[in-house]
Design a protein around this ligand. Structure first.
Ligand code: ATP
Length: 309
């Protein structure tokens, strides 16, 4: 869970002050958990995505408190240009894995690399510029919808902001507001729903257009129909651009078509494979699927009325 521990009005004022500088969304996010120990190595080099963004965890052990490991000797490879899903019980370390990739924290032992470069040896700015995240809880700034989307790319022209909103299925809703893209949202503006917030976050990410994309329960607040339409758009963008993407999801129908599904249990890989392989294996994924299967068939289509958790 990417949690915001800083009040949104603080983020709002930080946003206004820093908007002119090229701080991006995630850097601002990072202010919530200032971790002064994470700094550039003096010999740090910019990250070079020479292989299209292959991510490797090699024997990674990490705990927020060293005596309580969350990830235990974790080994996994996220292939370049593929859609990868990370699933598993609540608290098994899915969001933690994304936080380590972003270097909110460093692992206690082991190595995390992107295209062969240890993320500790690359410039933090270049690492974070290469990654875009749709977190579980998206902060909105006390500003217009346009600025909230544009935060993904401050110099983007208006037509690209609109194109990103269209692909994130939020354009029509925005147009229905009396002030359209100039509608103020956030604490002192219009309060928008959780699902609308998620779609603004997706718009932001699509506008940023980073080589590595992470989605942490990014569509959890959407109804089935909107979620499927949005996922179809995201999938086609990922395929078209051959982007490396990682989806953390509880609802398996949003990820069953992933190139690789990694099932975590207590901070280690319990099993991995495609949906078919994992179903045939009859392990934890198959169990999880069958618990949700009454609702969805193997094509991810709804077969019964959805029961909201
Ligand atoms: P969920 O599916 O519920 O989002 P998750 O698999 O993403 O869970 P994480 O958010 O990675 O789980 O958390 C893994 C464990 O680490 C949990 O036990 C959680 O309580 C703990 N944890 C998470 N963030 C912190 C933190 N900042 N400090 C201490 N412990 C934390």
């Amino acid at each position: 869970v990417f949690q915001l521990s800083v009040p949104l009005n603080f983020l709002g004022s930080v946003y206004r002050e820093l908007r002119q500088s090229l701080l991006d969304m995630e850097t601002l996010f990072n202010l919530q958990k200032v971790n002064v120990t994470i700094k550039d190595d003096p010999s740090a080099q910019p990250l070079v995505l020479s292989k299209g963004g292959e991510i490797k965890f090699e024997n990674v052990t990490f705990g927020y408190h060293p005596d309580r490991p969350i990830l235990r000797n974790l080994c996994l490879t996220i292939p370049a240009g593929k859609k990868v899903a990370v699933v598993g019980p609540s608290g098994c370390g899915k969001s933690t894995l994304l936080r380590l990739l972003f270097r909110y924290y460093d692992a206690q032992s082991g190595r995390i690399s992107i295209d062969g470069q240890d993320i500790k040896s690359v410039k933090l700015d270049s690492l974070r510029e290469s990654i875009g995240v749709v977190p579980q809880d998206t902060p909105l700034f006390n500003d217009t919808i346009e600025h909230n989307i544009r935060y993904g790319n401050l110099s983007a022209p208006k037509d690209r902001v609109i194109a990103a909103a269209q692909r994130a299925h939020i354009h029509e809703i925005v147009q229905s507001f009396p002030d359209g893209y100039q509608t103020k949202v956030g604490e002192r503006g219009l309060m928008i729903s959780g699902g609308e917030k998620q779609r603004l976050a997706v718009s932001r990410l699509l506008l940023k257009d980073p080589p590595l994309l992470f989605f942490d329960e990014a569509t959890s607040a959407l109804d089935t129909h909107t979620e499927q339409a949005l996922m179809a758009n995201i999938n086609s963008i990922l395929r078209e651009k051959a982007r490396t993407s990682v989806f953390v999801a509880h609802r398996l129908r949003t990820i069953f078509d992933a190139d690789l599904i990694i099932v975590l249990k207590e901070g280690a890989v319990a099993e991995m494979g495609t949906h078919r392989e994992l179903i045939d294996r009859g392990g934890p994924y198959a169990e999880l699927w069958s618990a949700q299967e009454t609702l969805f068939n193997h094509e991810g289509e709804e077969v019964k009325e959805e029961i909201e958790e």
